[in-house]
Ligand binder design. Sequence first.
Ligand code: C2O
Ligand code: CU
Ligand code: CU
Length: 531
Amino acid sequence: MKKFSRRDVLKTLGGTSGFLILNTNPLFSLPNFSFRNPLHLPSDSGLFGVLTPSAPFTMTAREMDYPILPFSSTRLWIYETSVGGKEYINPIIRIKKGTAFSTTLENELSESTIIHWHGLHVDHENDGHPISQIEPLDEYQYDFEVQNRAATCWYHTHAHRRTGIQAYHGLASFFIVEDDDEDHLTDSLDLNFGETDVPLVIQDKTFDASGDLVYFQNPMGATNGFLGDTILSNMTYRPYLNVTTRIYRFRILNASNARIYRLAFMNKLTGMPFYIIGTDGGLLPAPQQATEAFLSPGERIDVVLDLSKTRVGETIWLKSLAFSGADDCGTMGGGGMMGGGMGQCSNLPNGSQFSILRLNVTRRIPYDKRVPAELSIIPPIETTDSETRRFTLSFSMMRWLINGLSFDMDYVPVTVNRGSTEIWEISNPLSSMGMGMGMMSMPHPMHIHGFQFQVLQRVSSPSAVRSLAINKNGLLATDGGFKDTVLIWPGEKVRIAVDFSHNFPGRQLYLLHCHNLEHEDNGMMMNYEVL
Ligand code: C2O
Ligand code: CU
Ligand code: CU
């Protein structure tokens, strides 16, 4: 069967790539210099206020109007909390390893919901599996000890088949674990959380004329995943941040439904080198220098950017660079990985280039700190006696599948013994389906609940990915340390090591799923249990 490349599709349509990225949203057609809204930074209350709980507290999921755009407010779905006389919206929970965490979720939405603590090692009753979701006006009680090493984790809704629409409307924020390694880094770089240590959650939305969010769910949208045409950082529209001549840390969370970012800090046309210091599960053993990094939905990347050599008046842009292979409406280059026709194009296809955040160097200050050469110690997971379990991703009858299966709440296809270490090999084959049959292959950010893993190897990566490899196993700088989500590109096979040791009593039910939230909602998810 003949495979059609994206180039063929364009040829037969007689088009060029230019018209595909034409944007009809008036908000989006503003030029770059309109980045004039101060980036929302977390303070001790309000939106993304930093909350270090010392006692049980309540999180209420409900709707609220919030001013994101200049002239209108937007109806969001948020977590609201009141602690010590302070009101929080989507609090950034910041907590020490070893602390007891206790919260009650109250559901004041008009539909069922549940919170999942993404990246945290908790027992299944605290994990927020959709089996635990609660009806409107019900409550769910979470009680667990934070066992993870320091990491920039996050929390979000995990409603059954409704995670995409709920997270899109705002039900997500950070859950940051701290420990001594973190304290050491903070001291050596003289970082201040919320000022020079900046949590940055990136999301793409589409607004209607009245400022409300648009979430379309046509069948093609579900197949590709939802792509908004307006990029928000910390819910700020077209943001800037004034910076001084020193080192900044950005903890970047991709909480978009389906968009993959190829992040770079651009000084004019040059990518500024930065250090990747951490990934999903916390600090790397040592900083990794890079000039760009892919970040897929669910993943976090912790970077430091040295601005000490910049001059007052300079502007640095955090951008997402163009790339191909993620969207059949994407930019030209590598040829499309997918067929499927024109009906599903977003105004801002996956793989488009755009700006995210403007950094204005506004003040020179004395600063002489250096990124430490050692950040943490990570013993490799021992896999010499490990079994390999294989998962194959595929597409059939308009659904994305794992080992040919679509999610069934009551079926548990995978049983793992507690304390065992397994190699999970996830393959994303390029399918031989032709045009008209729909997609052939897409990148899938695969996520595991309950355990952090280590990425062992990437096999047959697309060339744009292979060119970023830092070792002979094909790993990227962003594959280091502990991970809970790993992007698997079309044609790739990725091997990960998971240590299923835990001290929770009895059978534990967890999930493996794609973190493209429309894929997840449409069944690209599988139960697994640890006995
Ligand atoms: Cu962040 Cu099951 O997901
Ligand atoms: Cu998770
Ligand atoms: Cu997917």
